[in-house]
Design a protein around this ligand. Structure first.
Ligand code: FMN
Length: 190
């Protein structure tokens, strides 16, 4: 079933916030992204992953037996699985940690595999689309982009692109400028 049709109506957008700082740079990007996306008439839900209890994947490959609880581990990941049922666009929002996703967000990405254990089509394809928001203290998010782009290809999700704020470590966290690139990315979803 095609969920995201791009340009033909409203989308249900799920933002997975991998930052623990409620007023940090990732949060500022999410807020600009949401403004753009909501102006276009989309429905946006933001999940602050750091407020949930989500265990890291234990690699048991014993999930997929119950589509209500796809993973063998029962924890707050069930909230994400619930949201994934109707999400057409998934936005991965993260601080750049060691040139990659925050561990909080990567845990959630790993755990998504349980959907494919139920049925590949619950994760792969399904007409979904993905986008990436990155706040980097320095200036080298390229490896993360490479991973994200490859992940979109392998998941067969439409890649809606990236937005970034660089050099956050040189900026005042109490005076974060409006993030135009995140706003434009949100606005581009129609
Ligand atoms: C554990 C850790 C690892 C980090 N690794 C990088 C890095 O590899 N490259 C970089 O540019 N900034 C790095 N930073 C800086 C963060 O990307 C930056 O502070 C970012 O703004 C944090 O996002 P937040 O404001 O949403 O918390 C790191 C920060 C921490 C705490």
């Amino acid at each position: 079933m095609l969920l995201y049709s791009g340009g033909e109506g409203l989308a249900n957008i799920l933002v997975l916030n991998g930052s623990a700082r409620p007023r940090g740079f990732t949060a500022a990007m999410i807020s600009a992204f949401c403004k753009g996306a909501e102006e276009g008439g989309n429905n946006v839900s933001v999940i602050n992953l750091s407020s949930l209890k989500i265990h890291s994947c234990i690699g048991c490959l014993k999930g997929g037996k119950d589509s209500l609880h796809p993973c063998a581990i029962r924890d707050d990941m069930d909230i994400i699985f619930g949201e994934m049922k109707t999400a057409e666009v998934i936005v991965f929002a993260t601080p750049l940690f060691f040139w990659s996703y925050s561990g909080t967000l990567k845990n959630v990405i790993d755990r998504l595999w349980a959907l494919a254990e139920c049925d590949r089509s619950m994760l792969i394809g399904k007409g979904r689309a993905g986008a990436l928001l990155v706040a980097a203290g320095g200036s080298h998010p390229e490896l993360l982009y490479e991973h994200f782009d490859y992940m979109m290809t392998r998941l067969a999700w439409k890649n809606l692109g990236h937005a970034e704020i660089l050099h956050t470590d040189e900026q005042d966290i109490n005076n974060i400028p409006f993030c135009e690139s995140a706003y434009r990315l949100g606005k581009s979803i129609k």
